[in-house]
Design a protein. Sequence first.
Lengths: 115, 113
Amino acid sequence: SAVISQKPSRDICQRGTSLTIQCQVDSQVTMMFWYRQQPGQSLTLIATANQGSEATYESGFVIDKFPISRPNLTFSTLTVSNMSPEDSSIYLCSVAPQVSNTEAFFGQGTRLTVV
Amino acid sequence: AQSVAQPEDQVNVAEGNPLTVKCTYSVSGNPYLFWYVQYPNRGLQFLLKYITGDNLVKGSYGFEAEFNKSQTSFHLKKPSALVSDSALYFCAVRDQAGTALIFGKGTTLSVSS
């Protein structure tokens, strides 16, 4: 299993500002994933972060808006840039070990409100 | 491309009755299937998974799911619902180890006393 610490757990931010969310894993993992969960909605994959290379973004998400860092095998950050109220969501970090019979693990999420 | 469908936005059931939350999937290879539950203002909790083997998978809190390859389904079931089971349930799929999960839209389960 993997234990993921994500912070901050929640924040209220002014529009036009940026917030960086941190994700720390208690073991080394190759891939880390960032998801967004808009109010009352499902989890949507933002990007996949592989250590040592640029993140791979899903359709509808761009690096300028959601820059991601992955400096080592246990840590990643997601920045939500130039925020607007539409960015109000829960952002979750996840890891999925390369072992086939293992589920994905999730952080507790960051509840972001943009005012 | 992988996808998951949860056809019901909400499932209502009386306490003590059996419950089913439906999920169908589409993947190009062999599916890895998962159910997660989310309680209000809490993170995702893993319930159960199908990787290979027996089609009937048992998980946490008395939940089970049946993998049906011909119908590409992975319905979540519980013989006797509890009020405390009321939550948002997500079905998810991936087609290889170590890759991101793709989630269904979620089904709200409401169990009445």
